[in-house]
Write a protein that binds this ligand. Sequence first.
Ligand code: FDA
Length: 304
Amino acid sequence: MHPLRSLILAAAGNDAIRRLVATAPVSRDVVRRFVAGDRTADAIGVTRDLVASGRSVTLDHLGEDVTDAQQADLNVRAYLELLDALHAEGLSARAEVSVKLSAVGQKLDERVALANASRVCAAAEQCGTTVTLDMEDHTTTDSTLRVLAELRRTWPSTGAVLQSYLRRTLDDCVALADTRVRLVKGAYDEPESVAFRGHEVDLGYVRCVNALFAGDGYPMFATHDPRLVRIVAERARWYDRKPGTYEYQMLFGVRPDEQRRLAREGETVRVYVPYGSQWYGYLMRRLAERPANTTFFARALVSY
Ligand code: FDA
């Protein structure tokens, strides 16, 4: 991993830096570039605009690494409120939700996370939409896939996320290729024993694209990488996949012109929209991905 990336991800876990960044008033403006806002109403507003522009949405209520049951319950309730609002606004056909199991109790007990995620899946079904389970660091992968398998017994459309930087992931793609899978490169600072580095991550991504297209599932290719977007398009033609049998996904605030271009070409494009007050960990991962974002952020802090 690039040293700057490791440094930023290490800073993400440092309480003093967290307090400094979180209390700098300018942070709010910088955060707005990547986060829809604090409230459910902010998330709904952004979703409405994206849907009006021909894009689909997956919404993430920010929060992770929860260590008490009460906070896990509050996070579930936030999703239930969001799903109700999506339904009431007639947006649920174009908007699903993304859930981190660590936000709903995975660190407490896997069974707590399963019970809480089940509440979100049941509400999503009632509202005519579905859930994708985000994937976190490699120590959680087996647990997350176990919970996913349980959820799929009742809600088969529940989405998985697989990370091409993990050495194990091609096997996971083959195993899950008949299901709904979001493929990403991976955003955590992982040891070399479990994760590829540099170009190998991209090669892994392409191998996984092939494995997912070879199955009967619904692959969701989440990347901003222009080369990988081109390769996905080429592989879709090779596998005779029509738009609508797979989709592209990108993050809110990242390459919006490319999102619109793909949507204009008839592709399904889903934008991952985070909202809520617990934006720190999410923002640090975005900064770690791209030095240009870090410069933008540092400049904004300095000029304040
Ligand atoms: P990467 O960051 O390597 O960038 C490759 C190229 O893309 C760059 O060289 C540049 O050309 C272009 N690019 C990237 N960012 C740009 C920007 N801001 N502006 C302009 N060009 C840019 N991770 C995870 O571990 N678990 C998860 O559950 C998820 N979920 C998820 C959902 C969705 C919808 C997305 C898009 C991503 C995730 N991720 C994730 C994050 C993912 O793992 C990864 O960290 C980021 O997508 C960044 O990787 P890229 O594939 O975009 O390429």
